[in-house]
Design a protein around this ligand. Structure first.
Ligand code: TNX
Length: 548
């Protein structure tokens, strides 16, 4: 269970009530506006009655979709789900599919080992599939006898089950029993991702999100075949991870969040539970400890790591950036970062540990680069690949930062990033003007910010990660959709910003460029609305999309 911290010690700050009140008003206004837009039945393309057939509504678009003959396969009381014989991970994938579909269909859907013999849904590992299928690719065949998903790995089977969900009617997403025609249309699909890295970042520092809220976000990601969940665990407004031997990090550093409401943190058990839940959905957790800036919360907990010479750091409830700095010239800083990194690396099965590196306004380049070099070495010593925002590009490549997250919109660091790629660093594209889910959709959006401009659904969709920068072939590892939460206190607000742009970015990362076009995408995206309604997810009914 995540720990929420009480208000003790915060009540004396004048301005807190006003801030909270303003935030609530903004949120209320935001919801009102989205609802008003949703009431408008018109909007471009709304004449597309019914939209594309079920097999052509999949988001992200599969590589190939071929319609079959006949009526398809209807799930009934006799339907079983069989998993690749004796493979426990494949069985787990089958159990997850069954659990989801049992809730909505009320069917028994037993999971069995004896695949092939009877009608039903069959998940089979098949190493004779072409090697280019890769670890995440799959084939799906549906006809009158059943549905067969084959893949080279359990992960591929899992991605295939997410496609199968979308082949069923929207009601399949309901968490309670409903009646519907549970028919999968006759179809043959071959699929595999364009990029190996498809991430989404949730900022749990500006506002704290409970373990259950993080899990709920992971649910949304897995639907659209994301495979990395980046958690921005620390910032000026709060530190969200318990670290042994550093009690003040959580005792003091975690107490706050933006607006002055109580913060919170993850215990070791909480963090392990997030990792486990994500793993079950084939999402790799990428933890971020933002250094050396964005460290005000650390400095309130350990004032000896502050050498700015200014007044002692105080809890920060606002949303300015770039003002804090952990002392880069004091060895106690590296003892601290070493402990935190070693602990986090031990808890994290994935290969990456993100060290931030963004927006340090109070340190000259030489000192900054020396700091990042030392911390990157600590990450390597802990057995992980250092990941950093594009400001770390001068120290990326070789044995420095191994993966860069490119978020710049004004060309800053474009050349340094290309040079780093030339030294072997790989790049995750997250240009703020396309991929930042905290940007307003348009000037009328109440939630969010707009320093990188407004990001409509079409802006989020219509770009090519391979051609944003001039990089050596193969340098782009993939894409990420960051969601900063300065203006987003909870899951309801997160959903308003993430849906429907998250699936747009999912398709940028998964689908071949040749399979993508905005006119087709908006029709397929429209078909997701009823699915979110059945699942109980909020979303912004943007007028660009011809929602049914
Ligand atoms: C820039 S993007 C930041 C964050 C803010 C965000 C708000 C990046 C690496 N740094 O600190 O939360 O803008 O959109």
């Amino acid at each position: 269970m995540a720990v929420r911290i009480g208000r003790a010690g915060l009540t004396s700050r004048s301005g807190r009530i006003v801030l909270v009140g303003t935030l609530l008003a903004l949120v209320a206004a935001g919801l009102g506006i989205q609802r008003a837009l949703g009431d408008d039945p018109g909007g471009p393309g709304s004449g597309a009655a019914g939209g594309p057939a079920g097999s052509h509504r999949i988001v992200p678009a599969p590589l190939t979709v071929t319609d079959g003959d006949g009526a398809g396969y209807t799930l009934t009381a006799r339907t079983a789900i069989s998993a690749a014989d004796g493979n426990p991970a494949a069985r787990q994938v089958a159990e997850q599919l069954a659990a989801g579909l049992r809730r909505s269909t009320g069917l028994a859907l037993p999971v069995t080992d004896d695949h092939g013999a009877r009608d039903g849904i069959d998940l089979a590992l098949d190493l004779t599939l072409p090697e280019e299928t890769g670890p995440e690719g799959y084939r799906l065949q549906a006809d009158g006898h059943g549905v067969r998903i084959t893949a080279r790995t359990e992960e591929g089977l899992y991605r295939g089950t997410q496609t199968l969900r979308q082949l069923l009617p929207a009601e399949a997403e309901s968490s309670t029993r409903v009646s519907a025609d549970w028919t999968v249309p006759p179809v043959g699909i071959t699929d595999r991702p364009r990029y190996a890295y498809r991430g989404a970042m949730l900022d749990v520092a500006r506002h704290f999100f409970t373990v259950d809220e993080v899990k709920a976000y992971a649910d949304r990601l897995s639907l659209y075949k994301f495979n990395h969940l980046h958690l921005h665990l620390t910032d000026d407004q709060g530190w969200r991870l318990a670290v042994p031997g550093r009690p003040a990090l959580t005792g003091i550093g975690a107490a706050t969040e933006i607006g002055g409401t109580p913060g919170g943190f993850y215990t070791e058990a909480d963090y392990r539970e997030i990792v486990r839940y994500a793993q079950e959905r084939y999402l790799t957790v990428v933890p971020e400890i933002d250094l050396p800036g964005h460290t005000n919360a650390v400095l309130t907990a350990y004032p000896e790591l502050d050498c700015s010479g200014g007044p002692a750091a105080q809890p920060y409830f606002g949303n300015a950036v770039g003002f804090s700095l952990i002392c880069p010239t004091d060895e106690r800083t590296y003892a601290f970062t070493g402990e935190v990194i070693a602990h986090l690396a031990a808890l994290t099965p994935g290969p990456y540990l993100h060290i931030g590196g963004d927006e340090v306004k109070t340190l000259a380049p030489a000192g900054y680069q020396e700091f990042v070099r030392r911390v990157a070495a600590q990450v390597r010593a802990a057995g992980k690949i250092p990941f950093g925002w594009n400001q770390t590009a001068p120290v990326a490549g070789g044995d420095g930062v191994g993966l860069l997250e490119f978020w710049s919109t004004d060309g800053a660091d474009a050349r340094a990033t290309a040079a780093a790629a030339g030294r072997g660093a790989r790049v995750v594209m997250a240009p703020a003007g396309r991929a930042y889910l905290d940007m307003k959709y348009d000037s009328g959006t109440a939630l969010g910010v707009r320093w990188a401009g407004t990001v409509s659904v079409s802006n989020a969709y219509s770009w090519n990660p391979d051609t944003e920068l001039e990089l050596p072939a193969g340098a782009v590892a993939g894409i990420e959709a960051p969601l900063w939460t300065e203006t987003l206190p909870g899951l309801a607000e997160v959903d308003q910003m993430a849906l429907p742009r998250l699936p747009a970015l999912a398709e940028v990362g998964w689908s071949a460029q040749s399979r993508r076009d905005w006119d087709g995408f908006r029709l397929r995206l429209a078909a997701q609305g009823p699915r979110w309604e059945a699942a109980g997810f909020g979303y912004a009914r943007r007028p660009e999309i011809p929602w049914p």
